[in-house]
Write a protein that binds this ligand. Structure first.
Ligand SMILES: C[S@@+](CC[C@H](N)C(=O)[O-])C[C@H]1O[C@@H](n2cnc3c(N)ncnc32)[C@H](O)[C@@H]1O
Length: 246
C-alpha cells in the first residue's frame, strides 16, 4: 500500500463488493446509529438545500439525508469508481438530486471539483478514519470554510479507543458475518469470513473521538458533541458559528 493514498484499498472492486453486500448485516447497531443521525438532522434548525457526503461510497448516508430533506441535493465525494458505480444503482430513482465529485480527501485539492457556493450540511460515514491525523485536522478546517454559517458537520465513524472494549466493534462485526454466512447456507470457516471481512484493515487510521472533538473546536466549530459511542463506533457533530457569533 506504500505510495498509495490513504483509503486506496477502497478502489479495489473485491473490497467494495464485500462491503456493499455485508454493510447492513454486519455493522453493529447500524439501525440505532442511523436513527440518531436522522434525529440530529431533523432537530438541527439550519435549512439545507445542498449537502456534502464525504467518502460517500455507494451513497447510503446521502440516501438517508435525501429522504429527510426533500428539497436538498447531495454532492457525493469519493475516489472509488466501484463505489460510485454503486451510487448510480442505489440512488438511481433520484438521479436529478445528486452529483458525484471524484476527489481524494487526503489532498486539499479535493475541493477543486466541488460546485461553488456554501453547503447547508456535511455528513460522512465510516470514511474519515482512513485519513492520517494531520489530514483529519486540516479537513475539519476546510469543511468550516465550505459550510454556511449555522450548518452542521456530522460524522459517523470508526474511532480509536483504549480499555477493555478495545476490539469489540471488530469482534461483533465478525460474529454478525459468521452468523450471516450460516444463515445463507455458506460453508466458509470463521477464519475465511474474517480474512475477507478485514481485508481493508491495513488502511485504517482511527483517532480517538476526544482528539477529533478537540480538533473541531480548534478549527472554529461550536456545539461540538459526541452523540453516540459504542466501543469503536462514534457519532459526533459540530456546527459552524452563525454569522456574528465569532
Ligand atoms: C467504509 S466505506 C464507507 C462508504 C459509505 N460512506 C458508507 O457508509 O457506506 C469508506 C469510503 O471512503 C472512501 N474513501 C476512503 N479514503 C478516501 C480518500 N482518501 N478520498 C476519498 N474517498 C475516500 C472510500 O472510497 C469508501 O467509499
Amino acid at each position: 500500500m506504500s505510495g498509495a493514498s490513504p483509503g486506496a484499498a477502497w478502489q479495489r472492486p473485491e473490497i467494495v463488493s464485500v462491503f456493499l453486500r455485508e454493510r447492513r448485516t454486519v455493522m453493529p447497531l447500524l439501525d440505532v446509529q442511523e436513527d440518531l443521525v436522522r434525529r440530529l438532522l431533523v432537530r438541527h434548525p439550519h435549512p439545507m438545500t445542498r449537502f456534502l457526503d464525504l467518502g460517500a461510497g455507494d451513497g447510503a448516508m446521502s440516501e438517508l439525508v435525501l429522504s429527510l430533506k426533500p428539497r436538498a441535493e447531495a454532492v457525493l465525494v469519493d475516489f472509488s469508481e466501484p463505489m460510485l458505480e454503486g451510487a448510480e444503482r442505489r440512488l438511481a430513482s433520484g438521479r436529478a438530486r445528486w452529483q458525484a465529485v471524484r476527489g481524494d480527501l487526503s489532498d486539499p485539492a479535493w475541493r477543486s471539483g466541488l460546485p461553488a457556493g456554501g453547503y447547508g450540511a456535511a455528513v460522512s460515514a465510516f470514511a474519515i478514519h482512513h485519513l492520517p491525523a494531520a489530514r483529519k485536522r486540516a479537513l475539519f478546517t476546510e469543511l468550516l470554510a465550505l459550510l454556511e454559517p449555522g450548518a452542521m458537520f456530522l460524522n459517523m465513524d470508526y474511532v480509536a479507543i483504549e480499555g477493555p472494549l478495545r476490539g469489540l466493534w471488530d469482534e461483533q462485526m465478525l460474529a454478525n458475518a459468521v452468523r450471516a454466512e450460516h444463515e445463507r447456507g455458506g460453508s466458509r470457516s470463521p477464519e475465511e469470513v474474517e480474512r475477507e471481512l478485514f481485508d481493508d484493515r491495513e488502511d485504517d487510521r482511527p483517532d480517538s473521538v476526544e482528539d477529533q472533538v478537540r480538533w473541531l473546536r480548534a478549527a472554529g466549530f461550536e456545539q461540538v458533541e459526541v452523540h453516540f459511542k459504542w466501543a469503536e463506533a462514534a457519532i459526533f457533530a459540530a456546527v459552524k458559528p452563525a454569522r456574528g457569533e465569532r
